[in-house]
Ligand binder design. Structure first.
Ligand code: 5GP
Ligand code: ZN
Length: 112
């Protein structure tokens, strides 16, 4: 838990979110500024700044988050989806608590 971290506050319910999944280690909630018809975030409960701050101790947690993405996407009716992890300020990261973006819904995703 980091005192000034917005995602830590979402984890503890100090800030409300449109959370639709929770277990002992992770939560998933819809992004407040979606850039696709479906846009949600999978967030570990433990405060880790970014993918670059992870080490071997986070290996199982990272695997769990990746495997959760297709399960939650299917639950939301997505037939396909895109994942993204912004890492560091120069990688576009704005919230410095590790999270994976999941986008989907129709054919609106730009080709990359
Ligand atoms: P980043 O650029 O760090 O990868 O993405 C952070 C994401 O968190 C952004 O897409 C932003 O819209 C989302 N976000 C920031 N604050 C909140 C919040 O209070 N609630 C929710 N649901 N999403 C947030
Ligand atoms: Zn945090």
């Amino acid at each position: 838990m980091s005192a000034d971290c917005i995602f830590c506050k979402i984890v503890t319910n100090d800030i409300p979110s449109n959370k639709f999944y929770e277990d002992d280690e992770v939560i998933a909630f819809h992004d407040i500024r979606p850039i696709a018809p479906v846009h949600f975030l999978i967030v570990p409960k433990v405060h880790v700044e970014s993918l670059a701050s992870c080490d071997a101790l986070h290996q199982v947690l990272l695997g769990k988050i990746m495997l959760l993405a297709p399960k939650l996407a299917a639950q939301l009716g997505l037939k396909g989806f895109r994942t993204m992890i912004n890492t560091g300020r120069e990688g576009g990261q704005e919230v410095f608590h590790l999270h994976i973006h999941v986008f989907g819904g129709g054919d609106t995703l730009p080709k990359v």
